[in-house]
Design a protein around this ligand. Structure first.
Ligand code: N01
Length: 499
């Protein structure tokens, strides 16, 4: 394993922290904090959360770009065990979600367990001691179980564009917004038209001199209908919690209907396509611009986006939508395949994340020293998206095939929390050192995922970050979320080697 840097300098701090714990959790975002809270609620205190940043929140800490907000209604995009009657809007802004997470961490007493500014450099399963040996930039610790809560949206994907390195203006990724730099009055390029870009563009358009949006694939966009939640309604939620629960249940039910179209009958989405096309027609009167923005693939194949202000922003005089491929970036301009050169002062990469090639997988070694990245070189695989053959006592939060395109990831995360906590309880009860999913149980699950993926809209021919390098959808859960909840309600020892 690689050596740590800065180890001596931080030895004193490190010596005050536990060297051996029952559970080490990587990341203090929704899933890592959720697991910490779950452990705390079930009376388990012997755990640490290793967080490389100085603050909690994961993707909701990192993404501070103008307009950043959730595209799932917040009454569902929150922990069921920590309801918040005070969400200010139907779709909460980033700052409110991060404040919510901070509040949850404090309320459930998990903050003292978090080791901030500490990054996992390597983690290796030691078969002799039957523990994970974890090396961080601050030293080393051992743990019986390792839970990866580092998430699929933590590593920005930087596109490979010739000359990008030599750009002499300002360049940053949407998830690393440069707040020290004001884009007002500048010529700005936004590369990408995904969930992040469509939130950024309407916010910066009124400020900049010229905005060039480089679009590779037009997204399907539906109206968002965001609105403030009036104080009297919030007061009702506070006074009568049942009303808030009903609101949550109704959002859940409404979104879950989408599964019928995404998974079972993609043809059903045709009706929704008509709504999206109408939205486009109403918002974009110019036929040439509309043609550029009209998707040529089945709706739902890529994530459906929600926005009321993206299309109107694109119709403004200072905005140009460019669909020609980018050929190269020069010191102060972007050149497209047709040879056109557009001068720019700032380039914003709204180009997404490393989702199916998680960098943390390079750092985790299971039995026999095999890295998770190596085990996943053909495709990411995990039983119930959570446990991996060859990696005892490893739990992957938001692992392969647990993602959603239609509803709240917090629901899936909570399903995993119950499963992991139950596994840990069983280990305690039966005095087990380790649990490791049987390869055949994992293979059966993977085969099931592949089979169930076949009729879905996600495999109808578009390129998307749902797909891995081999074109398989190893990202999404191909079914109703309540089925996943049911299957993870209890740890199932029959699928595991226990020792
Ligand atoms: O990233 P994306 P994102 N040249 O991968 C384009 C979540 N999220 O940051 O479609 C030119 O969706 C790429 O083009 P194409 C949510 O789960 C949630 O926007 O691949 N363009 C695409 O347009 C979301 O899905 C919220 O052809 C290039 C864009 O960049 C996920 O985060 C809010 C390119 C990337 O879109 C990621 O969203 C925001 C290149 N070389 C985000 N490479 C919520 O509200 C890529 N692109 C919960």
């Amino acid at each position: 394993m690689s050596s740590t840097h800065g180890h001596e300098a931080t030895c004193e701090t490190f010596s005050r922290q536990p060297r051996d714990v029952r559970v080490a959790i990587v990341g203090a975002g929704f899933s890592g904090l959720g697991l910490a809270i779950q452990l705390k609620r079930t009376g388990m205190n012997d755990f640490v959360v290793i967080e490389r940043a100085a603050e909690i929140g994961g993707t909701w800490r990192d993404n501070t770009y103008p307009g950043c907000a959730c595209d799932v209604p917040s009454h569902l995009y929150s922990f069921s065990f920590a309801p918040n009657p005070d969400w200010s809007r139907a779709y909460s802004p980033q700052s409110e979600i991060q404040a919510y997470l901070r509040d949850c961490a404090a309320r459930f007493g998990v903050v003292p367990h978090i080791r901030f500014d500490e990054e996992v450099i390597a983690a290796e399963w030691d078969s002799d001691s039957r523990r994970w040996l974890i090396i961080t930039n601050r030293g080393r610790l051992t743990a019986q179980a390792l839970a990866l809560g580092s998430g699929p949206l933590s590593e920005p994907a930087v596109p490979v564009i010739p000359g990008l390195d030599g750009f002499s203006g300002t360049l940053f990724h949407s998830s690393q917004w440069n707040h020290a730099h004001a884009v007002g009055g500048e010529r700005v390029a936004v590369i990408g038209t995904g969930a992040s870009a469509i939130q950024v563009v309407p916010r910066i358009q009124p400020l900049v001199e010229r905005l060039t949006v480089f679009q590779r694939t037009p997204p399907w966009i539906l109206p968002r209908h965001d609105h403030a939640i009036p104080e009297r309604r919030r007061a009702l939620y506070r006074a009568l919690p049942l009303t808030r629960q009903l609101e949550r249940a109704s959002i859940y039910g409404r979104l879950e209907i989408g599964v019928l179209g995404f998974v079972y009958r993609p043809a059903l989405l045709k009706r929704i396509e008509a709504l999206a096309l109408r939205h486009l027609r109403v918002r974009v009167p110019d036929a040439a611009l509309r043609a550029k923005l009209t998707p040529n693939y089945a709706m739902g194949c890529k994530r459906i986006l929600l926005s009321d202000d993206f299309y109107p922003a694109l119709t403004r005089d200072n905005v140009e939508v460019v669909t020609d491929r980018i050929r190269e970036v020069r010191a102060r301009s972007v050149i497209t395949e047709d040879g056109a050169e557009r001068p720019v002062d700032t380039i914003i990469l709204a180009t997404g994340f490393h989702v199916t090639d998680l960098p943390i997988a390079e750092r985790v070694r299971g039995r026999g020293g095999l890295t998770l990245a190596h085990a996943w070189r053909a495709e990411p695989r995990a039983y119930l998206g959570t446990t991996v053959a060859g990696f005892p006592n490893l739990f992957v939060m938001i692992g392969p095939n647990t993602g959603l395109g239609h509803s709240s990831m917090i629901y899936m995360i909570e399903s995993q929390l119950a499963y992991i906590a139950d596994a840990l309880r069983l280990m305690e009860r039966k005095r087990l050192d380790a649990v490791e999913v049987r390869p055949e149980a994992q293979a059966e699950f993977v085969a099931e995922m592949r089979r169930r993926m076949r009729p879905t809209v996600w495999l109808t021919g578009c390129a998307s970050w749902y797909l891995d390098a081999g074109g398989r959808n190893t990202t999404l859960w191909p079914g109703f979320t309540w089925e996943y909840r049911w299957r993870t309600r209890r740890f199932d020892p029959a699928a595991y080697r226990l020792w």
